[in-house]
Design a binder for this molecule. Structure first.
Ligand SMILES: Nc1ncnc2c1ncn2[C@@H]1O[C@H](COP(=O)(O)OP(=O)(O)OP(=O)(O)O)[C@@H](O)[C@H]1O
Ligand SMILES: [Mg+2]
Length: 261
């Protein structure tokens, strides 16, 4: 079990003295957790993820995994963005195998692993497909398979389903939950959808803006019902689901008012 921690993390872009984008963030994410981060646009969600990824350095505080400071990107943390950044000149198999190629894994071995991952994400036999031959949902599956190729301890996902139609999105939500349950990697998922956060998270962290602070950190467990085969539309009718949905809507609405003041 590993833990990714934010310890008193603040972040300012550019000149000091401005309102920090993130302020005094304390947060721990264990590698058996699925932490969904929500908050209004501009509240600092992507900045938080970029800090965890090691793309950005905190202005104050530190980020660590099991006490070892995170100072740069590493194979222990894999990132997937909303717009898949797949390499169009490579087929699906070679896209997934790319991190292994960087590590010097021999071709036959990396192709074997890539084909396994393709099957794992529900795309068996798609290895030879060019990226432009894949639908948006398939591309996100390939992107997630590539992230899994380096066997990360943490998956950092920035609205990976945000650009998909409602039906594909719902399918991939169950898929993400299965990936999390089977991979043993901790997940930090940024989403705009309260429903998605409720379905997938074992915890929901709400960021309030200007400066970005943690307004709430709420344990949830609807994902377990979904994993056990319960229908999403049934879960949505649970009174606890509706109450939490209202609470989160109010929280995000309140932080919007703060921002306007
Ligand atoms: N590279 C940057 N340089 C300067 N300011 C930035 C940079 N990236 C983000 N910001 C600012 O930091 C704040 C938080 O941005 P961030 O992208 O983290 O928000 P977000 O919560 O992910 O928003 P969204 O939901 O729209 O994706 C915004 O005010 C944004 O303008
Ligand atoms: Mg963002």
């Amino acid at each position: 079990m590993s833990t990714l921690t934010f310890e008193g993390v603040s972040l300012e872009y550019g000149t000091s003295g401005a309102i920090p984008v993130l302020d005094a963030i304390n947060l721990g994410i264990r590698s058996d957790e699925f932490v969904a981060v929500i908050g209004r646009s501009g509240s600092g969600k992507t900045s938080l993820l970029n800090l965890a990824a090691g793309f950005l350095t905190p202005s104050k505080g530190r980020i660590a995994i099991d006490g070892t400071p995170v100072t740069k990107p590493g194979a222990d943390r894999a990132v997937v963005f909303q717009d898949d950044a797949l390499y169009p000149w490579l087929d699906a198999r070679d896209n997934i195998a790319f991190p292994l190629r960087l590590r010097g894994t021999p071709e036959a071995e990396r192709h074997r692993i890539a084909d396994q991952l393709l099957a794992h994400v529900g795309l068996p036999g798609a290895g030879d497909k060019k990226i432009w031959e894949l639908s948006g949902g398939m591309r996100q599956r390939v992107g997630i398979a590539r992230a899994l190729a380096s066997k990360p301890q943490f998956l950092l996902l920035d609205e990976p389903l945000g650009a998909l139609d409602a039906l594909t999105r719902e399918k991939l939500q169950s898929f993400l939950l299965n990936v999390w349950a089977e991979s043993g990697a901790g997940v930090m998922l940024i989403t705009h959808s309260i429903e998605e956060a409720l379905f997938l998270g074992t915890r929901i962290v709400v960021l309030s803006p200007n400066p970005g602070r943690i307004a709430a950190d709420i344990p949830v467990s609807f994902g377990r019902a979904l994993l056990a085969g319960e229908q999403a539309r049934t879960i949505k009718k649970y009174p606890e689901f509706q109450t939490l949905h209202d609470t989160l809507t109010d929280l995000i609405h309140d932080t919007r008012m703060d921002n306007a003041a």
